[in-house]
Write a new protein. Structure first.
Lengths: 212, 10
């Protein structure tokens, strides 16, 4: 374990807690893409199936359970409890265009053609594009509440910090995982536009307005 | 070098 990964995991945990809390406190999921949340729930449930087969550490196990529980709870709030506030009209990204390539790529490029490994690979590929419906929704509505942009900043930072973790591990432990690294770079690249807007606008107290 | 055999990251 290294500082980059710890801060990355905590940033990730912060992001999903910010989102769950925002929806719960405001009793509304306005401006939140339910489709992205479904994709994230799928990412964690397919990636963390090894909870039952491999014990890495207490930290690893506890965090996996939290990520699965919080992502499912968030989907429940969006699609069940506060369904009336879900913004169907702006959450229109076709997620089948993300799921199909992730499945195909996982079957073609993987470390091992076993059930759990294919699911893990699918999860890695899917996670790299899972935020697209949310970013698409923000671009369609032309703006995002500041709490939503804090959520996106924390979520985007987590994988950016993981890239530093992978550099650290390559130099210090001489291990690397190209699938995770390439997907992580793609994932972080998707946030660059948002990071720019967040730093130049939100941190100066302005609302996040995307050029329509 | 060693590609990781188990996925020890989240």
């Amino acid at each position: 374990m290294n500082i980059f990964r710890i801060i990355g995991d905590l940033s990730h945990l912060l992001a999903i807690i910010i989102l769950l809390r925002k929806i719960w406190k405001t009793r509304s999921c306005a401006g939140i893409s339910g489709k992205s949340q479904i994709l994230f729930a799928l990412v964690y449930t397919t990636r963390y199936l090894d909870l039952v087969t491999t014990y890495v550490s207490l930290y690893n196990t506890v965090m996996k359970i939290i990520f699965i529980a919080v992502s499912i709870a968030t989907c429940y709030l969006i699609y069940m409890k506060f369904k009336a506030t879900y913004d169907h009209n702006h959450d229109t990204f076709r997620i089948e265009f993300l799921l199909a390539p992730a499945v195909i790529l996982a079957l073609l490029i993987n470390h091992d053609f076993t059930f759990l490994e294919i699911l893990w690979t699918f999860s890695i590929y899917l996670e790299s594009v899972a935020i697209l419906p949310q970013l698409f929704m923000v671009s369609k509505t032309g703006e995002a509440e500041s709490i939503t942009s804090h959520y996106l900043f924390a979520l985007g930072s987590y994988r950016a910090l993981y890239i530093l973790n992978w550099i650290y591990r390559y130099h210090n432990e001489e291990i690397y995982d190209l699938i995770a690294i390439v997907a992580g770079i793609v994932q972080t690249a998707l946030y660059c536009d948002f990071f720019y807007l967040y730093i130049t606008k939100v941190l100066r107290g302005k609302k996040l307005q995307l050029p329509a | 070098e060693g590609i990781k055999d188990i996925h020890d990251e989240l």
